[in-house]
Design a protein around this ligand. Sequence first.
Ligand code: AMP
Ligand code: ZN
Length: 473
Amino acid sequence: MLRLYNTASRSLEAFTPITPGKVGLYTCGPTVYWDASIGNFRSFVFDDILQRTLEVEDYDVTRVMNITDVGHLTDDADEGEDKMIAGARREKKSVQDIAQMYTDYFIEDAKRLNIKLPKAPYLCKATEHIREQIALIQQLDEKGFTYRTDDGIYFDTLKFPAYGALSGQKLEEKEAGARVAINTEKRNAADFALWKFSPKNEKRLMEWESPWGVGFPGWHVECSAMSRAYLGQPFDIHTGGVDHIPVHHENEIAQSEAAYGIKLAQYWLHNEFLLVDGQKMSKSLGNVYTVRDIENHGFEPLALRYLFLGTQYRQKQNFTWEALQGAQNALNRLWSAARALERPQTGNMEFEAEFLSAMEDDLNTPKALAVVWKLIDSDIQSQTKAKTLLWMDQILGLSLDKVVAHPFEIPKDIQTLVQLRNDARAKKDWLESDRLRVEILSRGWIVEDTSQGAKVHKGILSAKNEKENGKKT
Ligand code: AMP
Ligand code: ZN
């Protein structure tokens, strides 16, 4: 029985879908004004593990993820510049070009992490659903939940008594903790914009006609409108990072439930944050790494996925390059062990059951990984082991299908590069040794430094390398 921690009830609950056999799953997706960070990807890998676990449990999952390409302001509330417009100015490109470029990067990075993204139309853009967003605001307007200020149409949180239930925060606490509101016309600190007007006497880069005047939707509206359009209301599971609980998700719930008088979602799942060297990721600290940074340091993107699997999603996780090296080493060993197996036949039901029960325990990936290693180290027959491992990889997503029963020989050119790297290390020329490590990776091989010297493993060629090297795996 799958048990999941529901933020809404603050407890572990047995999962029961609204329609037997089917699951509607909604994830707040990226704002495409800049690269998605490895922190964002911790969140998206968690969603992927959830989806894969549900699928192994035989649910037919409809997964929806939004792409925010308008309305997310730089202070995450109702003030500041639109992140998309700031991105366009920063890179001297049009907003559309910025949105397309960072959406493409996001999809590429997700592929490298073996994330199953929703397909069209379920990977949906805010700017392509303005009509649905206006319809939602109209409902709220008709039911008296809105008021008008000089700069937009706002949701009146005092009229929605359940406001704050998800985070357990009372409106008064929010008032007390709020920064001095810049918009003095706001009735309560928690009120939020549903529709913002374009600046007076100025054409905004992105703006639309509406019954209230030319402008653009508030950031939270898109998720309420698109989840309803594709999954209906209520739907089963809504996910996101913990930072979304107190504002973005409270606001989604308030507007959807006030407009239609029914629950938005049954289960709310939130992942904890990824820290870097024990600190919050921030541009000013220069520690906002991307999946491409991971590759440029000579690691496989899937080593990052392995690292994420090592911590259950509700615990904070600390990223360090040493921890990533540890994950890469473990993954190399897993791939090597998988290569040495024979062609799969039938799986081992006991190991499969133990693995699944770890996943059913609120997606306990570290416990599931321990079962993987117990399987590898067990003396069950190689073909059975292979089949069991491949079954587990439906959830792990570590590309084991590409390595099972594929032993490798190390080609001459790689041996030469490894020797050159050993020489550089002997001379303590770390720059050269790192350069060679990246060069070796670009040819599809990974170096692991062990107490017995450097070992090489065959990697899974990333999309970039596949193009350059042809399919060599
Ligand atoms: P954003 O593009 O800022 O809306 O973020 C996309 C998703 O990543 C959201 O669900 C965030 O809660 C999540 N997120 C942002 N930063 C981190 C982090 N450092 N660790 C884990 N999840 C994060
Ligand atoms: Zn959202």
